[in-house]
Design a binder for this molecule. Structure first.
Ligand code: IPM
Ligand code: MG
Length: 357
């Protein structure tokens, strides 16, 4: 099969980690007889520097025309003072929205080899951590009206959190469908004791529940959920939640698995065009040092093969290669522990691709 992949290296550690995912994809291509054509797309701070825009329209168009998009990370201190509408992150939000990828899937699974890296007590980890956060990605407060103004001489800022029932329903369905393919337990997370948007969220989720009688639906307030994720993560199978809650909870969920550097994500809309990115940021403090963990990006590439290209065995092979790499005791700095062999970013990419046979 031939697939066109738009590649956004981005800022900070983005280029280093993407390089490793490309190594792995090329190896997969040569083993399984696929041709992956990589087209570079500028987005984020580097695009601001080059084009004066975090995501020029013609760059977005390249993504929409591709079979799928692989993204490293964007942002950095250098662009902290640019106006909000010009920030590198704005490029990412325009990309998600422009591609229509409303459903962001973030797995929180502990690798047995990394159980000791979890900051949680062993007795909690031993009960298992394996759940998925389905995060609504192109609505809510990220995309509501933003403004900063002077009201009676007092600086005032407003961000609007708005959802309509259709936006909630389409992400709700993804939550139910995801749970149906797993252990059939869906937890809808909101703040319905305070927010109207959350009360609508809850109502729509319960309406949908009648279409999925095989899935057990529960509700949880987001503050409680933040607590339950560290207290008893084994209780979760699939969590479905709105954009900002999902952003926050997915960082928390990643950390209990040992390192945010390990976690991939997929974002999909109505078709197979997807956006695949690790959930961590651009880590400017370690950029260029060749010490970043490329595994989140490599596993994102595996998700691309599985969800956008229907290449299950190829995706399995990548996940197995990562597992073998960990079995052999190789670790990047973020997951290093006593008695293991510390390797850099590019060595990790090379070693993981060598595990592919
Ligand atoms: C994420 C990131 C982004 C988000 C930032 C970089 C805009 O934190 O993908 O979780 O908030 O969605
Ligand atoms: Mg985030």
């Amino acid at each position: 099969m031939t697939k066109n992949i738009a590649v956004i290296r981005g800022d900070g550690i983005g280029p280093e980690i993407i390089e490793q995912a490309i190594k792995v994809l090329q190896k997969i291509g040569s083993i399984y007889g696929h041709t992956f054509i990589f087209t570079d797309v500028d987005m984020g701070g580097c695009a601001i520097d080059k084009w004066g825009d975090p995501l020029p329209d013609f760059m977005l168009e390249k993504c929409i025309q591709s079979d799928s998009v692989l993204l490293g990370a964007v942002g950095g201190n250098k662009w902290n003072d640019v106006p909000g509408y010009m920030r590198p992150e704005k490029g990412l939000l325009r990309l998600r929205s422009g591609m229509g990828v409303y459903s962001n899937n973030r797995p929180a699974r502990i690798w047995p080899q990394l159980a000791d890296n979890s900051p949680l007590r062993k007795s909690i980890v031993d009960k298992g951590i394996d759940f998925i956060i389905v995060r609504e990605l192109i609505g809510g407060i990220y995309f509501g009206d933003h403004r900063t103004e002077d009201i009676d001489g007092i600086a005032t800022a407003t961000d609007v959190l708005m959802y309509n029932e259709e936006e909630i329903r389409r992400i709700g369905r993804i939550g139910f469908e995801t749970a149906r393919k797993r252990n059939k337990r869906l937890c809808s997370v909101e703040k319905s004791n305070v927010l109207d948007s959350s009360r609508l969220w809850k109502k729509v989720m319960h309406e949908l529940a009648s279409e999925y009688p095989d899935v057990e639906l529960s509700d949880m307030l987001v503050d409680n959920c933040a607590m339950q994720i560290v207290k008893n993560p084994a209780q979760f199978d699939v969590i479905v939640t709105e954009n900002m809650f999902g952003d926050i909870l997915s960082d928390e969920a990643s950390m209990i698995t040992g390192s945010i550097g390990m976690i991939p994500s997929s974002s999909l809309g109505a078709g197979t065009l997807g956006l695949y990115e690790p959930i961590h940021g651009s880590a400017p403090d370690i950029a260029g040092l060749d010490i970043a963990n490329p595994i989140g990006t490599i596993l994102s590439a595996a998700m691309m093969l599985r969800f956008s290209f229907d290449m299950d065995k190829e995706a399995d092979a990548i996940e197995k290669a990562v597992s073998n790499f960990l079995d052999k005791g190789y670790r990047t700095a973020d997951i290093m522990s006593q008695g293991m062999v510390e390797v850099g970013c590019s060595a990790a990419g090379k070693l993981i691709s060598e595990e592919l046979k």
